[in-house]
Design a protein around this ligand. Structure first.
Ligand code: FES
Length: 199
């Protein structure tokens, strides 16, 4: 648990319950694990997808389903940075600035993204559409520099790819993940990778 992290207490917060669809999805997740507690992180991801971020009401609901205390759940939530305890933008950019990515230009990518979005790391743009965060290693060092948008990974990121991604998302168009085996520099951008993936 991060030092100084406190259980987020919000007395006026609305109750949280999984929707019937997500409750069914949770049952499918639980069936994969011999121990219920092993499904805690996938359950929290599911709750985050539904609620946008992990609130105290979310933790209390998940704790009751897993027969844990809210503090047990908070211990997990406060450890993993991919579990958000504050609202983020509809498209949340996470830029890795650990060693491999730093050596291959992560700082420049982050600066370019901040300028392109008009949104500094650690903040959400006023329209709520985008937010930016610097994160620790995303486990995709072989594709450095890399970033993640919500649940999708983008590797070998260039300023040109950042421009393409932002332009598409601004227009409400979907973007496809770009993996290490799909794109290596020099590359032609997200569109080219998508065409390649489509064969
Ligand atoms: S250092 Fe960036 S993904 Fe590992």
């Amino acid at each position: 648990m991060a030092l100084g992290a406190r259980f987020p207490h919000s007395p006026r917060e609305e109750r949280f319950e999984f929707t019937p669809e997500n409750r069914a999805e949770l049952d499918r997740i639980l069936a994969k694990y011999p121990q219920k507690r092993s499904a805690l992180i996938p359950a929290l991801h599911l709750a985050q997808k539904q609620a946008g971020h992990i609130t105290s009401a979310v933790m209390q609901h998940v704790a009751s389903l897993f027969e844990l205390s809210p503090m047990d759940v908070w211990g997990v939530v406060s450890f993993y940075t991919m579990l958000k305890t504050k609202p983020v933008g509809k498209h949340h950019f996470m830029v890795c600035d650990n060693l491999s990515c730093a050596l291959l230009g992560a700082a420049g990518i982050l600066r370019h993204l901040e300028r392109r979005l008009g949104c500094r790391a650690g903040h959400t743009r006023a329209d709520g559409k985008f937010s930016v965060e610097r994160v620790e290693c995303l486990g995709a060092c072989g594709g450095a520099p890399c970033l993640q948008i919500n649940e999708d990974y983008f590797e070998h990121v260039t300023p040109a790819l950042v421009d393409e991604l932002v332009a598409a998302l601004e227009k409400g168009e979907p973007v496809s993940p770009v993996g290490a085996d799909e794109a290596a520099p020099p590359r032609e951008g997200a569109g080219a990778a998508r065409e390649k993936a489509a064969g």
